[in-house]
Design a protein around this ligand. Structure first.
Ligand SMILES: *Cc1c(COP(=O)(O)O)cnc(C)c1O
Length: 408
């Protein structure tokens, strides 16, 4: 019999009643250290006082009025995002997929309005994830996600990630823009090389294309910069944000330079819920934390601590992990056994992580976690893999003995 909740996920048998900081508590009274953060979304952790108070206060004032009226909370939020980024103008929506849809519409519209309507195709990268709407399935290009949903929406071409020659070779007179995740999240914490991002910028400029970055997962402070592309010193023309932007309240945003954003005139794009007072109050509360002096540096410092701990674990347990990837608090462990088995062992030790492509486990905790939380997590990882290390360790003396006898 079909469950009332459509069975689109194979869910872990865990139901959380409440959370505090980086911790979640179940209805059975167990506590879990949350290194998944609702897929890099609960950026301030659980029950964050400022965020909870902002939502409660705004909810009691007014939640929703529609975009037929001015929304002061949205105007303030947009100005703060503009001040903190490359962008001159922002459109608010409700999810990452919706932000990417708008990003692609904006690129196409800019081409059409500058006399190049034949340029409508977007170059996307293999291993990317851009969302689950019909067009974003085609942008993502993953056969597994496309299966059974009819003809893929036209207008998206895939190139190998981090391959600049392939990117340049794929540009045709129909190409309008390039869409890249500076760090692929679902794809397995694959970091775009600085050369690739610079090369994409140069190619866009050379051929008159627009460069879009999907920072739905890697943006909003996750890597220790406001946006991840800042590490590479490359700016896009248009960018999508969502996930962490409102700390768990559903929201997405399209950020663009003035020359691109000016192509969206009244009536050309819209949303009922997007940028409503409640969502904007939540996002403003997130910015209160992210933009506080020193906060992003603290994300970097915590990221370095976690990365160093993970590197030591990888070095100690090469039979369990083959590498550590990522930057800031967007890190991944490449597993040797099936990642699902290691994820299960972590869960048995009360540590939650998220699986990704390439047999990777993602560690994407709240940005507000403490150093003690990090050390607690890495102690739990060590405990979770201890049985596998012991197995490998038991075999090691035999190898050493035989080597010794050969050389003796
Ligand atoms: C999660 C994600 C999306 C889709 O966001 P939704 O809010 O689920 O629609 C798009 N791009 C990236 C990089 C993501 O990680």
């Amino acid at each position: 019999m079909i469950p009332a909740l459509m069975p689109t996920y194979s869910r872990a048998d865990l139901a959380f009643t409440h959370g505090q900081g980086a911790w979640l508590f179940t209805e059975r009274g167990e506590r879990y250290l949350d290194f998944g953060a609702g897929i890099a979304t609960s950026s301030l952790g659980h029950n964050h006082h400022g965020l909870v108070a902002a939502i409660a206060t705004q909810a009691a004032r007014v939640m929703h009025v529609s975009n037929l009226y001015r929304v002061p909370e949205a105007e303030r939020l947009a100005q703060r995002l503009v001040d903190a980024s490359f962008a001159d103008s922002v459109f608010f929506c409700n999810s990452g997929a919706e932000a990417n849809e708008g990003l692609v519409k904006l690129i196409r519209r800019a081409m059409a309005q500058t006399g190049r309507p034949e340029r409508y195709r977007i170059l996307c990268c293999e291993g990317a994830f851009h969302g689950r709407t019909l067009a974003m399935l085609a942008a993502t290009g993953n056969a597994k996600y496309l299966a059974g949903f009819g003809p893929a929406v036209d207008g998206f071409d895939q190139i190998p990630f981090n391959n600049l020659n392939a990117l340049r070779a794929a540009i045709t007179p129909r190409t309008a823009g390039i869409l890249i995740e500076p760090i692929q999240g679902e794809g397995g914490i694959r970091v775009a090389s600085v050369e690739f991002l610079h090369g994409a910028r140069a190619a866009a400029d050379e051929f008159g294309l627009l460069l879009g970055f999907d920072e739905v997962q890697c943006g909003m402070g996750r890597t220790g910069k406001f946006f991840a592309h800042e590490w590479a010193g490359v700016t896009p023309d248009v960018l999508s944000a969502a996930k962490g932007i409102a700390g768990g309240f559903p929201m997405g945003a399209i950020l663009a330079t003035g020359s691109v954003a000016s192509h969206l005139t009244p009536g050309s794009h819209g949303t009922t819920f997007g940028g409503n007072p409640l969502a904007c109050a939540a996002a403003n509360a997130v910015l209160d934390v992210l933009l506080a002096p020193g906060f992003l540096d603290s994300v970097s410092a915590k990221g370095r601590l976690l990365a160093a701990e993970l590197d030591a674990i990888v070095a100690d347990a090469p039979n369990v992990f083959s590498s550590r990837r990522g930057m800031g608090l967007m890190l991944g462990l490449t597993c040797v056994p099936p990642a699902a088995e290691i994820q299960e062992a972590f869960r048995a030790q009360g540590l939650l992580v998220v699986a990704a492509g390439e047999n990777v486990l993602r560690l994407i905790p709240p940005l507000t976690l403490t150093e003690a939380d990090i050390l607690e997590a890495t102690a739990r990882i060590r405990a979770a893999i201890a049985p596998r290390r012991a197995q490998a360790g038991a075999a090691a003396p035999c190898v050493i003995t035989s080597t010794a006898s050969v050389s003796a």
